[in-house]
Design a protein around this ligand. Structure first.
Ligand SMILES: [Zn+2]
Length: 275
């Protein structure tokens, strides 16, 4: 049929270029998909952090309430003591004998000591309260800042997802277009290799003296043959198609001008470019 003609009229170098372009495109798609998967995680991490801070804030709030309750209790104690002292002082004016006088004086002294003790306790509690309040306020500010960051991140995420959807569409169409140019046998092999290996690499360069896919040494004779671009040669170890640097660079250059400006921030370096 009409599509089969390419198999015979195309040179091996052309076939390799198409295969490598296919690989290049597929890798770009893989990277976008991977990044898409990671973005929501960043948002989730930020949400978790804010939830953690809010919990801490709640604990501070409880501490504040407890401290305030304690302070109030001591204030009540002081009021009770003062009332008692007032009462005893009135009684003091009407004492009939020395014993009564002494007993009342002792009571007054005891109640004053009680009041002083509560006052001292209040001072300690108030100091503590100030500190906890400061920490609670600090956390409030942090939470506010984190929430702002989170909002920004969500907007960013939405924008990236939309942009990526467009890019994914473009790349997928390109993948289909290129796939049609590759003869069936090669395409099947390419897809099988992409499925077999987690990094999705089916066509690789030789990096130093090793296969760019499995990192096993490529014999010098094979390396020479690959450089000649006359045959489609697979790595003896992993079966990936080996492509010469010359052809890879050609594809990289050509494709970079088209797609790279739109490419998202890279998280991982591609392995196929020369080290
Ligand atoms: Zn290999």
């Amino acid at each position: 049929m009409a599509t089969a003609k390419n198999a015979t009229t195309e040179t091996t170098a052309e076939k390799l270029i198409t295969l490598y372009t296919l690989q290049y495109t597929a890798t770009q798609l893989d990277e976008i998909n991977k990044m898409q998967g990671e973005l929501p995680m960043e948002v989730k991490d930020m949400e978790d952090e804010i939830a953690g801070l809010s919990k801490r804030k709640e604990r501070f709030q409880t501490q504040i309430e407890n401290l305030e309750a304690d302070i109030n209790k001591h204030k009540e104690n002081i009021a009770v003591s003062n009332a008692a002292i007032e009462k005893y002082k009135v009684q003091l004016d009407n004492v009939k004998n020395n014993r009564e006088f002494e007993a009342l004086s002792k009571e007054i002294e005891y109640q004053s000591l009680e009041a002083q003790l509560s006052e001292k306790k209040i001072r300690g509690l108030e100091e503590k309260l100030e500190k906890v309040k400061e920490m609670a306020e600090g956390i409030d500010e942090t939470i506010e800042a984190k929430k702002e960051q989170l909002d920004k991140k969500r907007v960013e995420l939405e924008a990236i997802i939309q942009k990526n959807e467009k890019k994914v569409g473009t790349l997928e169409r390109k993948l289909v277009r290129l796939s049609k140019k590759v003869e069936d046998r090669l395409l099947k092999g390419f897809n099988a290799l992409r499925q077999r290996y987690a990094n999705g690499l089916a066509v690789v360069t030789i990096e130093r003296k090793a296969c760019g896919g499995c990192y096993n040494t490529v014999p010098p004779q094979i390396k020479i043959e690959v450089a000649q671009n006359k045959e489609i040669i697979a790595c003896e170890n992993c079966g990936r198609v080996l492509i010469s640097d010359e052809l890879a660079t050609e594809v990289d250059k050509k494709d970079r001008t088209v797609v790279v400006e739109e490419k998202p921030k890279r998280r991982t370096r591609r392995t196929k470019t020369k080290a």
